[in-house]
Design a protein. Structure first.
Length: 508
């Protein structure tokens, strides 16, 4: 009879000589360096440009539809997209598509290194194929900008209403001559005490219709590229400006219990107007009873996937009992988790907490077609609260913790015809490491994805993780240390008795 220690040493020998983790992911691309006096060549002109600026949420959302014409004598492949320097560093997600062929997906976009001496910075848009002379292409440019609004006044009393300001140019920034253009503003309220008027056209400018303001159209064929006409709009925003300085999200795959455990750790901040005086419990109770609008964070509502169970809500002090969980009435309906922090979060205040829940793994995991040891895991990139005022994330770290023995880890984003709220894979930093917990031997394989700048528009985005399971060949026998059966969520590990019988060590 062979002692159990010999079996342990034998397994350790095989494991130490075999590479079981391999990172197959797209690394982040480096910004392109441009000369200090760089000016894009005038090989294009914008025949028509329509800019739609949405201020309804706590972050800026902008969409630009522009008809671009090649005015050079040779085919051109690179279009320089211009943004003001003060917005360039705050851009969360930017994507460009060919409006005539949206099914082809996003165009490749490269960032450039920031030059502090320039008022404008550039992105380089690479066409899928060169644009011939005198030909046109319609580009759909969309992006979100974090921390782009300023509260005015910066401090208010507890019962006062909050106002935000946004500054921009009536002329859309561009490296090329624009023949005609206009800008449409969408505001969250009709209470707009300040909005700059212009004399750039005959008649009223801007034109107002409900909560929409339209600047233009302007004939700017004779206006030099880069010309600015400052506009300031100040509007009522009676909701909090919710900002997560950091979100850490863990998705842990358990092959023992067929479970997917999710935990999210938040460091929240309200970027709205700060509280001028001390907090009054009497005024707070009165406003809550009368359901008056408030710029503080009162509660957070989490829609969870069907079948989510065992939710918890913990902050720095401990368990928070002011939460309510409602499972879906039918299996296909989302569950709801309503969180109420220990105190209302006013402007300038911070709150950190963690929330977690469990799901059946069979909902997210499948065996790869045509493979006996590869599995596909499809999970949401972020979930988090769903709020009408929106949530902006300055940094997001998503960690997918796979079982011991997972190797050849690959990942990709689920791309759609429309935006999924995520940047290109090349703009996501990926890393594969080991994560050791209680009773682990090798350590679990952990895939970490880091994004700087994100919004809650990425809530419906999905990532796919593909991994193989470690096997060890012993003569003509194949010993599976970790064996998964991806049917009906039945996952198991070979028992010690089964291992011993396969290597002929007998029973102790």
């Amino acid at each position: 009879m062979r002692p159990f220690s010999a079996l342990t040493a034998l397994c350790g020998l095989f494991l130490s000589t075999r590479s079981f983790v391999c990172a197959d992911s797209t690394s982040s691309s480096s910004p392109v360096a441009l000369p200090g006096n760089f000016q894009p060549a005038q090989v294009f002109k914008n025949t028509n440009l329509v800019r739609n600026t949405n201020l309804e949420k706590s972050y800026l959302r902008e969409t630009i539809n522009v008809v671009v014409e090649n005015v050079a004598k040779q085919a051109q492949s690179d279009y320089y997209l211009t943004l003001p320097s003060d917005l360039y560093e705050k851009v969360a997600v930017l994507e460009v598509r060919d409006k005539s062929a949206p099914e082809k997906g996003r165009l490749n976009v490269q960032a450039t290194e920031i030059d502090p001496s320039r008022d404008f910075q550039y992105y380089i848009v690479h066409f899928s194929e060169p644009l011939p002379p005198s030909s046109q292409i319609t580009l759909g440019i969309s992006y979100s900008v974090l921390n782009s609004f300023s509260p005015r006044p910066a401090a208010i009393k507890q019962m006062d209403r909050q106002y935000l300001t946004y500054s921009f140019s009536a002329y859309a920034p561009s490296a090329y001559t624009t023949v005609t253009q206009k800008t449409k503003l969408k505001l969250p309220s009709t209470n707009v005490p300040e909005c700059t008027a212009t004399d750039l056209k005959s008649g009223a400018d801007p034109e107002r219709l409900g909560t929409s303001y339209t600047y233009g159209p302007y004939d700017t064929a004779q206006v030099a590229p880069g010309t600015s006409y400052p506009i300031v709009v100040r509007y009522e925003f009676t909701k909090p400006v919710i900002t997560a300085s950091l979100l850490e999200r863990d998705l842990e795959v358990s092959h023992w219990g067929g479970n997917l455990a999710t935990e999210e750790r938040y460091w929240l901040r309200n970027n709205g107007s700060e509280l001028l005086d001390h907090f009054s419990r009497v005024e707070w109770t009165l406003s809550s009873y009368q359901q008056l609008p408030s710029s503080s964070i009162r509660e957070l509502k989490y829609p969870l996937k069907p079948g989510s169970v065992d939710p918890y809500f913990i902050d720095d002090i401990g368990n928070v009992s002011t939460s309510r969980y409602r499972p879906g009435k039918v299996p296909s309906r989302d569950a709801s988790l309503e969180l109420r922090p220990r105190f209302p979060i006013f402007g300038g205040w911070n709150y950190s907490f963690r929330v977690g829940w469990n799901n059946d793994l069979s909902t997210f995991l499948r065996r790869a077609v045509g493979s006996s040891d590869s599995y596909v895991l499809k999970v949401p990139f972020i979930e988090g609260p769903k709020a009408s005022e929106g949530i902006q994330y300055e940094k997001v770290v998503v960690r997918v913790i796979l079982p011991e023995g997972a190797r050849n880890v690959r990942w990709e984003m689920m791309e759609k015809v429309s935006s999924n709220g995520l940047p290109n894979s090349s703009q996501i930093q990926a890393d594969v490491s080991e994560h050791k917990t209680f009773m682990d031997t090798l350590g679990r394989t952990a895939l970490s994805l880091t994004v700087d700048g994100l919004t809650d528009e990425a809530r419906d985005s999905q990532i796919v993780v593909i991994e193989s399971i470690l096997t060890i060949e012993l003569g003509d026998l194949r010993l599976f240390l970790v064996g998964w059966i991806a049917q009906a969520g039945d996952y198991h590990c070979w028992s010690l008795h089964s291992i011993c019988s396969r290597v002929g060590c007998g029973q102790s």
